[in-house]
Design a protein. Structure first.
Ligand SMILES: [Zn+2]
Length: 229
């Protein structure tokens, strides 16, 4: 049954059009335009022209529509905020090969952004809940782990630098700077136990040593440089 037939037969009560639910048909105005009394999902009611429902011109009440516009406007302004730029940077490092060496240290070794954070609004929600402020930086607790709520927190620039220095982390899986900073120690975790593989001159050589060991021994560990398929 088409909506026009439904209207003629007065079988329209309870029909839904987006947020509107028709309560009842009201007397046609002089020019015989069909009008209906509708209930919006928010609880507001209004009399509207039936044709504006059928052609989707009207989908919600005025206050709902104002609220949506405001939300859209806020999001549109978002690229000027620091938090939004952090979100963009995080995604870029994990996704775009054109980022070069930066991509190699993130997306290139399998680090990704969780699906929830693909949406800026959900990242922002997490950030605010976790005391984000414009002086803090995002930090992954496990530097081999992904950008996701369980592995991220906000730290000061100082804390971030300190973490990096103390742990000797260089951004490659299994590779860290040795204590006297003369080379890079390479270790692989096998069944929860650490195995020392050697020390290399550069971090990248360390990453390669790690990857080769994992590949040759057919270990389930993720590689630093994802192999082209
Ligand atoms: Zn409404």
């Amino acid at each position: 049954m088409s909506v026009n037939e439904a209207y003629r037969d007065k079988h329209i009560n309870g029909l839904r059009f987006s947020k509107w639910t028709i309560i009842k048909r009201v007397e046609s105005s002089k020019n015989r335009e069909r009008r209906v009394l509708c209930l919006c999902d928010c609880g507001n009611t209004n009399e509207i022209l039936f044709k504006t429902l059928a052609n989707k011109e009207s989908t919600q009440c005025k206050s709902c529509s104002a609220r949506n516009n405001k939300a859209r406007k806020t999001h549109g302004d978002a690229d000027r905020t620091r938090l939004y730029r952090i979100w963009q940077g995080m995604k870029a490092r994990c996704k775009y090969k054109s980022m070069g060496a930066t991509f190699d240290r993130y997306g290139g070794r399998g680090i990704s952004v969780c699906s929830a954070w693909e949406e800026y609004t959900s990242f922002k929600e997490w950030a605010i809940k976790n005391n984000y402020s414009d002086t803090l930086e995002i930090d992954r607790t496990d530097s081999d782990g992904n950008y996701e709520p369980s592995n991220c927190r906000w730290v000061t620039r100082k804390e971030n630098a300190l973490n990096k220095r103390v742990s000797g982390k260089v951004g490659f899986r299994g590779v860290r700077m040795n204590k006297n900073k003369t080379g890079f120690e390479v270790q692989v975790s096998i069944n929860g136990r650490s195995k020392y593989l050697g020390t290399t001159k550069t971090a990248k050589d360390g990453a390669k040593l790690y990857d080769d060991y994992v590949t040759i021994n057919n270990l389930p560990n993720k590689l630093n440089i994802s192999k082209e398929k």
